[in-house]
Ligand binder design. Structure first.
Ligand SMILES: Cc1cc2nc3c(=O)[nH]c(=O)nc-3n(C[C@H](O)[C@H](O)[C@H](O)COP(=O)(O)OP(=O)(O)OC[C@H]3O[C@@H](n4cnc5c(N)ncnc54)[C@H](O)[C@@H]3O)c2cc1C
Length: 398
């Protein structure tokens, strides 16, 4: 009788996907993780030489470009392939993967000129872009934004203030959501505004909980003049592009949180096996092993859900269903990763409370994943609406 065959891995990766995963994992282990402590001690930044190293290695190993097409300078990955790469990026702290050349997905909807000017340099690692939607009085409900675009003879005049603009301190271009006033109507529209355009000022640049490479400043746009060619996605097309942006970003958060849980488990399990107190290994106490077990269950469940959503996004499924399921993956993985980080920090004891400890860094850094790209409460609203409108079975089993 022949020996029983090992069952295929539950995540059923193809050889191509497995190779990509291994390549991304090698990059994170060899390049990013060794720089984490240095970045943390420096408050988030790295010397130019290290930044150049990350960019060079990411490009050489073809790990840049997110979901962007090869034609535009990306790698043309499927959502599953992209998930696998983002998951590995999520195994590192201090957002060091932010140095990997990429650009927001809306830029792929630009005109040929916008693609040449903003998208391609971003994917070569020469520039950054920043996405500015949130305002003081419009956060969870972005339909309440007050930024306006008023028609002028030469194009548009933008007035408003945007909060929490990630990359706002380094971006070459801001993707700004504004209400274009046309014939008494107010049309949500995205504008590409060069950072050095007169009328843009930094109102505030507060410190945040994490130590990341770039800030999230508050930007004021006062009488900023742009031409018609600054519009991306058409007049009034802002909401559609934004929905696609949110769905992608939410799945990306699910992937990175899955990676964070993976790394937390790797490091904390090794520590719990090695560490002895009272004459025995701490993993032999259920007070230590059970939180590890709960974390493993969280990590495995979140990862399968995330991969399922990625596969759905690669199919011709209803985009609204993909949005709802991306919300579900974001909600579960971000909440689960926060639970895991807290448990792992506890298992490291006093060492877990130092910033040189990976669990401590994740414990701080993962907190924002329950807030940005829509809070956990907002994700619950989206999921509940989808249950009502699309039905329980499609939401659960698609
Ligand atoms: C570090 C960081 C980076 C960010 N980067 C960007 C960026 O690059 N671009 C950008 O545009 N924005 C960015 N944001 C903004 C982020 O998306 C918002 O903070 C988030 O959407 C929440 O909005 P808010 O902070 O105004 O909170 P609020 O909307 O004021 O919410 C406050 C609380 O009320 C709850 N709440 C609100 N409405 C409801 C409801 N209907 N039901 C139940 N609970 C509700 C929320 O869940 C939350 O707990 C960033 C934020 C942070 C912290």
């Amino acid at each position: 009788m022949s020996a029983p065959q090992a069952p295929p891995a539950a995540d059923s990766l193809t050889p191509v996907q497995r190779e990509l995963q291994d390549r991304a994992r090698g990059f994170v282990d060899e390049i990013l993780i060794p720089l984490e402590e240095q970045a943390e001690r420096a408050g988030g930044g790295l010397p130019d030489a290290d930044v150049a190293l990350i960019r060079r290695e990411a490009l050489a190993r073809r790990l840049h470009g997110g979901l962007h097409s090869a034609e535009h300078g990306g790698n043309g990955w499927t959502h599953v392939e992209w998930f696998l790469v983002e998951e590995q990026f999520g195994r590192s702290t201090n957002a060091l993967s932010w140095y990997v050349p990429t650009a927001y997905n809306v830029l792929a909807h630009g005109s040929d000129e916008q693609i040449e000017r903003y998208l391609k340099p971003g994917l070569r690692g020469e520039t950054h872009d920043a996405y500015a939607v949130t305002e003081e009085l419009a956060g969870s409900d972005p339909s309440g934004i007050a930024t306006t675009a008023t028609k002028t003879d030469a194009g548009w005049r933008i007035d408003g203030e945007k909060w929490f603009v990630t990359y706002g301190d380094v971006a070459a271009v801001y993707i700004v959501m504004a209400n274009a006033r046309v014939d008494g109507a107010s049309l949500p529209t995205l504008f590409l505004i060069d950072r050095d355009t007169p009328g843009i000022s930094v109102v505030d640049d507060p410190p945040f909980t994490h130590n990341y490479p770039h800030g999230h400043p508050t930007l004021r746009f006062s009488g900023v003049e742009v031409g018609d060619e600054a519009i991306i996605g058409g007049l009034g097309g802002g909401d559609d592009l934004q929905r696609a942006w949110f769905a992608e970003e939410r799945l990306g958060i699910a992937a990175r949180c899955s990676g964070a849980m993976w790394r937390l488990l790797e490091e904390t399990t090794a520590w719990a096996i090695e560490r002895e107190q009272g004459g025995g290994r701490i993993i032999d106490h259920q007070g230590v092993s059970f939180p590890l077990a709960d974390s493993a269950a969280d990590a495995a469940a979140g990862r399968l859900l995330g991969l399922e959503v990625a596969r759905l996004a690669d199919s011709d499924a209803d985009v609204k269903l993909v949005h709802a399921k991306a919300s579900m993956a974001k909600l579960f993985c971000s909440e689960a990763a926060n639970r895991c980080a807290d448990r792992c920090l506890q298992i490291f004891g006093g060492r877990g409370y130092t910033r040189v400890n990976v669990a401590e860094r994740f414990w701080r850094e993962l907190r924002v994943d329950r807030i940005w790209e829509g809070t956990s409460e907002v994700q619950r609203i989206i999921i509940a609406r989808s249950l009502e409108r699309r039905g329980v079975e499609p939401v659960l089993h698609s």
